[in-house]
Design a protein around this ligand. Sequence first.
Ligand code: UGA
Length: 440
Amino acid sequence: MKIVVIGAGYVGITLSCLTEFGHEVTMLGRDKEKAARIARGVSPIYEPGLEEVLRAGIKKGLLKSTTDYSVVKDADVIFICVGTPSRDDGSIDLSQVETCSKSIGEQMRESGGYKVVVVKSTCLPGTTTDVVIPTVEKASGKKAGEDFGACMNPEFLREGSGVYDFMNPDKIVIGGIDSASQKVLSDLYSGFDQKFPRIFTDTNTAEMIKYGNNAMLATRISFMNELANICEHYHADVKEVSRAMGIDSRIGPKFLNAGAGFGGSCFPKDVKALISAAKKAGVKPSLLEEVMKINDSQPERMVDLAEKTIGDLTDKKVSILGLAFKSDTDDMRDSRSTVVIQSLLRKHAKVRAYDPKAMENARGMFDNMVTFCASKEECVKDADLVMVMTEWDEFKNMELSSINAPIIDGRRIIDPEKVAQRGLVYRGIGWKDNFRGGRP
Ligand code: UGA
């Protein structure tokens, strides 16, 4: 099939994986330089394995990249993958979705053939039917369900394992306005192993499935963080608690790690958008509001722990290991490390930082307020305190001989035996023995 993908963020660029199934994929965006880089096989984001997919697609002649909207005229399927950021009040900003729907419609006005417009951007229920379809209809002069099809096909990939997640989805959700639209998407995904369940539904339900998914995962994390805060008081260990809870097949082991909280471009934005949508619908989103409140307070708890461990932070050398919101990405959006660093700077600490991939992004944020180090060893040298903020393997397996300071681990990734051998203080949120003199 001929596919056009509008928006080359994480979700959009990962759709280049469809070339592996023989589809022709054209990435369409407004940024000429970015389009040229993609055409050369250079990924606009850091994502393991993605450049290999881009280059293989280009080599087979199946992957193209352009800024010319006329490619829509020839497409069978057009994916909308543009950003849906939060406004200041937490509500969702759909301006990019509207602009792109209008551009699609304008091209469809001048072309024939049945096409399916597919929304992949995370959008609140009703967006496909109340925003995308009317905009495309108005700009094209065509009728949805007759002249063209429309679907909502949410994406569940995680940054850092985007290619694997795309190729091995837990589910493929196909929300369509009619069975003809659903059939086109179903054919598009026919190369995927049949073991991945397909869920056929309407577009509103598909939109809500995405929010339900992210809000549930965020809730699990905040739930464990609240439990961790209680654990700490009673000298119970949240890691043992979560491990035991996860063994219960009704609960399962994933997304139960307590610590610095969730960041990234999705959970905070999506939970806020759902809160705002609930209020608009006259539903009081008490639970979701608490999920955000708990998450917002976790970085501050890390800084409290820092003060309880080494006292007043003024002029103390605090080394931050990890800036990205999670490992295997250079993405710093809503990263918990950003909030911790801002708080440390307010308390006049001297902050040094290192991240294997996110240094460039962090430099743009903190300019000369933070000393950026070339390696983790340089970062921790002569530190008064080391704080681990991202779960990179590089930190998990780190040689501790260069550390002579207490460690506060926001992700609980270092082997406690290794820390104990070095005689270092090792603390984190919700750990047993944080303040009983012993080591976890
Ligand atoms: C998340 C979802 O996991 C994806 O399914 C979804 O497609 C994506 O959002 C999206 O909507 O686009 P992502 O934001 O890439 O993916 O990252 P996650 O792996 O979910 O981690 C999010 C945050 O939660 C990270 O800051 C991570 O450190 C934190 N986290 C995760 C915890 O604090 N505890 C955990 O147990 C798990």
